[in-house]
Design a protein around this ligand. Structure first.
Ligand SMILES: C[S@@+](CC[C@H](N)C(=O)[O-])C[C@H]1O[C@@H](n2cnc3c(N)ncnc32)[C@H](O)[C@@H]1O
Length: 393
């Protein structure tokens, strides 16, 4: 039997010191939940962030490293699949400080019925059971094997919540309405079933597949939810559609270099440091959701820059020392032009942080992102009209 309590207390102390845990009840949940039980083994990542070396708590030589990792503020890859030459992560134990942040903004109270989307290891479900009682917790994962393992671990630590195998985009019928819905996989928008199954005044916290946005939504009418993005970023694996191919998420393809024959050349007006600003990137993704970013760093040559691509077209901006950003972009869809348009509107709106943005969604699957207030609509023409963006369902 592992003497895990001091480890869990140390993790809880650290999370409290960083303000990730803000109240005594969540602190008690982190102190009282043995994370190592939920992560019996995990994969270390190599320098390309690919899962590479299995660390297994059942192997005595691995135990010290495994136990330390289980109680460190680290996300741990627990499952992956090979897809051609890629290794696609299909489940993980999320970063504890992010778990704590999301539980905090979920704003759970005694007696709340909570639905978790993405059971994974079962650790987050165990924290919820500690907080509201297992009879109030329902958790769903698309992977039946993970669900069976998680249910077994939850039982080991004395909890028997409702754990279901199925597509979390459909919610879990028959156990709601839920006061709180927490997703631990990223969605493109808000699945209508969640709005249906949410109690009046209830709250949804879900990461989006776009720019690490974390939506904090309240039921604002019988058929609709609306709310801001959290100020913090939350990067999660994408929710897998049950019937479609698995998305590759954060293990996106590397683009090919721009060929000179295709290149349009120019100088960009962007402040180079904006390229690294996650809030500008989120703003940009609202204009062009299919963009991917690849950074360039070359300290010796003092080169720095960014490539944006969408699988078909590509644009690269590169800066030497303190000079301007030189741009090459392929035609006919000149992606850098979109970057420039988004940059100008970001400046016009005083460089909004992500918490000035939010989304609204209805059960009819009308979904849009907004700036400052959901009721501000597109109109007025020109730059001033950029207040609402449709979201892809
Ligand atoms: C980051 S992990 C969840 C971590 C988990 N909450 C924990 O405490 O370990 C994301 C999970 O979402 C699950 N998932 C992906 N698509 C899903 C879907 N459509 N419905 C339900 N779960 C899904 C994955 O199988 C994976 O286990």
């Amino acid at each position: 039997m592992t003497d895990w309590q001091p480890w869990a207390a140390t993790l809880a102390d650290k999370l409290a010191a960083e303000s990730a845990i803000a109240d005594d009840q969540w602190r008690a949940a982190f102190e009282g939940t043995p994370r190592h039980v939920f992560v019996p083994r995990y994969w270390e990542l190599d320098e390309y962030n690919r899962p590479s070396r299995l660390v297994d708590g059942a192997i005595s030589a691995h135990r010290p490293e495994w136990l330390e990792a289980a109680y460190t503020d680290r996300f741990l890859v627990t499952q992956w699949v090979a897809d051609e030459d890629r290794r696609v992560v299909t489940s993980s134990a999320s970063l504890p400080s992010l778990v704590a942040r999301m539980l905090h903004i979920l704003d759970v109270a005694d007696g709340h019925r909570v639905l978790e989307i993405g059971t994974g290891t079962g650790y987050n479900a165990a924290l919820l059971c500690h907080r509201v009682g297992a009879q109030k917790v329902v958790s769903v994962d698309i992977d039946a094997g993970l669900v069976a393992d998680a249910a077994g671990r939850l039982n080991t630590v004395g909890y028997a919540p409702t754990v279901v195998a199925g597509d979390g985009a459909l919610g879990v019928k028959g156990h709601g309405p839920y006061d709180r819905i927490l997703s631990t996989c990223a969605t493109r928008g808000v699945p209508p079933a969640w709005i249906d199954q949410l109690a009046d005044g209830g709250r949804i916290v879900t990461p989006l597949t776009m720019g690490g946005a974390l939506a904090v939504l309240t039921k604002s009418g019988p058929d609709e939810v609306s709310g801001h993005f959290d100020v913090e970023q939350a990067w999660f694996m994408a929710m897998r559609p049950a019937t479609r191919a698995m998305p590759v998420g954060f293990l996106a393809d590397q683009p090919q270099p721009v060929s000179d024959e295709l290149a349009g050349l120019g100088v960009s007006s962007l402040e180079p440091k904006a390229l690294a600003d996650p809030d500008f990137r989120l703003w940009l993704l609202l204009h062009q959701p299919t963009l991917h970013f690849v950074e360039h760093f070359d300290n010796e040559l003092a080169h720095a820059g960014l490539t944006v691509h969408d699988g078909a077209d590509i644009a690269t901006a590169l800066r030497r020392a303190d000079g301007p950003l030189h741009v090459r972009q392929s035609s006919p869809r000149r992606l850098w032009d979109t970057v420039e348009v988004a940059w100008r509107s970001w400046i016009d709106h005083h460089k909004p942080r992500r918490d000035r943005l939010g989304i609204a969604a209805t059960t009819d699957d009308i979904q849009y992102a907004w700036l400052d207030h959901p009721a501000r609509h597109q109109g007025g023409g020109g730059r001033a009209g950029v207040f609402r963006w449709p979201l892809l369902a």
